[in-house]
Design a protein around this ligand. Structure first.
Ligand code: ATP
Length: 281
């Protein structure tokens, strides 16, 4: 099933001359994990804002073309209703916290309370999510006294508990050390396994290579290419567009240039090891 479909979309923010989105056509399919990459200012966050309905409901500007999300034209969606279907994880978890709740439990329960969910159901759901993320021991802690990594998990818990069909996640690991980053990707993998559609903006290309099903590369408001992760991230020409590819893919191209090609260009170290073992028989 298609969850969001964009056809020939152009968008300009108010009082700007350049298109932040330029002739975008794309279909997001249910249950897939999309990695959105490309240069700074390429249009990644703007594309996320459009799918979430913030464009055109919050940002005015000029929107042309067709955008349908869950089968309805984005102009006809109510943003609050759309927020129940599409969860958003902020770049900075400090912004995700309400700042008005005294415990992690209350913080995570807040969205469900706002929807009028019954108390016993809220308790069950919050406990399940905290357990899933391994933070049940933080339940009675004050959210303002947590470390950056703990806040990131609580921010994820507040989103996961809402059980949205789709998640838009904008650079969730910018505050985290390598272990925290790996943990967040494992959480996202769990969400994908639960059938969620995920759109992730992220610059850490090795993790994108390991986890995402499909990649969308943006530059100056255009989608310059998209497709299966292993195909897209093996393309050296992405470097010409200030997009990254994994170091191991560059090594694969260097091996080929040196007359020692592998059967394909690897995009993860594990894949490279397998391909070398295969070649050495
Ligand atoms: N609120 C805004 N008002 C006007 N122009 C904006 C606004 N937000 C973004 N832009 C412009 O739209 C273009 C696309 O920006 P966007 O933030 O979507 O890119 P991005 O790929 O997410 O960049 P980054 O990787 O740096 O977060 C840029 O030229 C940016 O300056």
């Amino acid at each position: 099933m298609v969850v969001a479909e964009l056809k020939n979309v152009n968008y300009k923010y108010p009082l700007t001359d350049n298109y932040a989105l330029n002739d975008i056509s794309f279909r997001f399919e249910e249950g897939k994990f999309y990695g959105l990459i490309g240069e700074n200012g390429g249009g990644k966050t703007t594309l996320c804002n459009l799918i979430r309905g913030l464009i055109p409901h919050f940002y005015n500007g000029e929107l042309e073309g067709s955008v349908r999300v869950f089968g309805t034209d984005i102009k006809e969606h109510n943003v609050e209703e759309l927020a129940v279907k599409i969860g958003y994880v902020f770049q900075n978890p400090f912004n995700q916290m309400s700042g008005i709740k005294n415990t992690v439990f209350e913080e995570v329960a807040m969205g469900l309370e706002n929807l009028g969910v019954e108390k016993s159901e809220i308790i069950q759901k919050v406990e399940d999510v905290l357990r899933l993320l391994g933070i049940e021991d933080l339940m009675t802690k004050n959210p303002n006294e947590l470390s950056g990594g703990q806040r990131q998990r609580v921010a994820f818990a507040s989103i996961i508990v809402m059980d949205n069909d789709m998640l838009v996640i904008d650079e969730p690991t910018s505050q985290l050390d390598p272990q925290g980053t790996e943990n967040v990707f494992e959480i996202i993998r769990t969400l994908k396994e639960a059938g969620k559609t995920i759109v992730l903006v992220e610059h850490k290309i090795d993790l994108i290579a390991e986890y995402c099903d499909e990649i969308i590369v943006m530059e100056q408001g255009h989608i310059i290419c998209s497709g299966e992760t292993k195909e897209i991230l093996s393309r050296m020409e992405l470097l010409d567009y200030d997009a990254q590819i994994p170091q191991v893919a560059i090594w694969g191209h260097e091996m080929a240039a040196a007359g020692k090609p592998l059967s394909k260009i690897p995009i993860t170290v594990d894949q490279a090891v397998r391909l070398v073992q295969e070649r050495e028989g």
